[in-house]
Design a protein around this ligand. Structure first.
Ligand SMILES: [Zn+2]
Ligand SMILES: [Zn+2]
Length: 261
């Protein structure tokens, strides 16, 4: 299984527009330049895209993403959904088929209201999007492996936490972005995974996201071989703050690739 971090930034990206001087993140370090968060997962040749940031097109070109078999929307917030129109290119690459789009009732409702023209069985013509909307089950079984889903609290909405297990290798990866806590159910689902990715917005607390302290506690409870933090603000400086992380816990960055065997 391969995991590609397309983006690791919070909802406004880093730096923000007209960023005030004095932000903690040293912008001369490319690892502190963060597009909005999403990951691309290759599970035994199956290409799964989780979320579509506003920068989806730029991210896919940068990482040379050439195929997409299914798309999963964790929740309907703008930083996760608004790049979805650019998924049209992958409908072309599927040979004019609709792209399977999995989400929660909340997420799929947002897709219907923002992209009504794309909810259809076939693209209207080459270059047009077509999304085949499917409610995400608790366990999505695929020939290449399984994707388990558990709902995580995120303010007024819930985010789908995802755990991928590749059939051939047994590699396991959990993606818990945009959550104020990792529930006991989510913790159990991810326990002992090869890699867990956690929302770790900033050092100060936040009502709908985990901060550094909460993410460190969740990482310790889950006990994955490696834990990576994502959805980061300009309060996090990659080099300086990495010095304060325990062994096997890391800040992710845009373009980071992990091979899980
Ligand atoms: Zn977000
Ligand atoms: Zn969100």
């Amino acid at each position: 299984m391969e995991l590609i971090f397309l983006g690791t930034g919070t909802s406004q990206g880093v730096p923000v527009i007209a960023q005030a001087p004095g932000a903690a993140a040293d912008m001369t370090n490319p690892r502190n330049w963060r597009t909005r968060s999403s990951v691309h997962v290759v599970m035994d040749g199956l290409h799964v895209q989780v979320d579509a940031a506003q920068e989806l097109r730029i991210q896919c070109i940068r990482e040379d993403i050439r195929a997409l078999d299914l798309f999963i929307l964790t929740h309907g917030h703008a930083d996760h959904i608004l790049g979805m129109d650019d998924l049209r290119r992958f409908c072309d690459l599927l040979g004019g088929e609709a792209l399977p789009v999995y989400g929660s009732e909340e997420g799929l409702g947002r897709v219907r209201s923002i992209f009504p023209y794309a909810v259809r069985d076939k693209p209207l013509a080459s270059g047009y999007p077509a999304f085949s909307l499917r409610e995400m089950p608790a366990l999505l079984e695929l020939p290449q492996g399984t994707i388990a889903m558990t709902l995580l609290p995120h303010g007024a909405v819930q985010t789908m936490g995802l755990v991928f297990t590749e059939r051939s290798s047994g590699a396991r990866f959990a993606y818990y972005t945009d959550c104020s806590e990792v529930t006991p159910e989510a913790e159990a689902l991810a326990r002992g995974a090869d890699v867990v990715v956690l929302d770790a917005l900033r050092h100060r607390s936040h009502p709908t996201h985990m901060n550094t302290e909460a993410a460190l506690a969740a990482a310790a409870r889950i006990g994955a071989k490696r834990s990576y933090f994502t959805h980061l603000t300009c309060e996090i400086d990659h080099e300086k703050d990495s010095l304060n992380l325990p062994e096997n816990v890391y800040y992710a960055w845009d373009g980071l690739r992990l091979n899980l065997a």
